[in-house]
Design a protein around this ligand. Structure first.
Ligand code: ZN
Length: 106
């Protein structure tokens, strides 16, 4: 998806928000990036406990719009999650998918 298109849509959503509620797919709620707030907490790929908060039950990396992480930290986070997966601290998929092979759409 192109970034310019994304930005345009956000602008439109913002205008609609001022008029009143509309049929938006995602509720736009500004969250503060937790990594920006407490600057001391760095993104460590060995910290599986912390990283597991940013992956879904299926083992997928949660999107920014859900976690509220800023773009810079999301990039660092995804890299850390991928590293953690490589050394088997985090799953690539949930064990449920591994066993059954069923990938039901959300
Ligand atoms: Zn941040």
């Amino acid at each position: 998806m192109a970034y310019s298109r994304d930005g345009g849509r956000k602008d439109k959503d913002y205008k609609q928000q001022r008029k009143g509620p509309s049929n938006k797919r995602y509720i736009v709620r500004r969250k503060v990036c937790t990594f920006c707030v407490n600057k001391s907490s760095s993104i460590d790929y060995k910290d599986a406990n912390m990283l597991s908060r940013y992956i879904s039950t299926r083992g997928k990396i949660e999107p920014r719009r859900r976690t509220g992480v800023c773009a810079r930290h999301q990039r660092a986070l995804s890299l850390a999650i991928k590293r953690a997966r490589h050394i088997a601290l985090l799953p690539y998929t949930s064990s449920f998918v591994h066993k059954t092979g069923i990938t039901t759409p959300h």
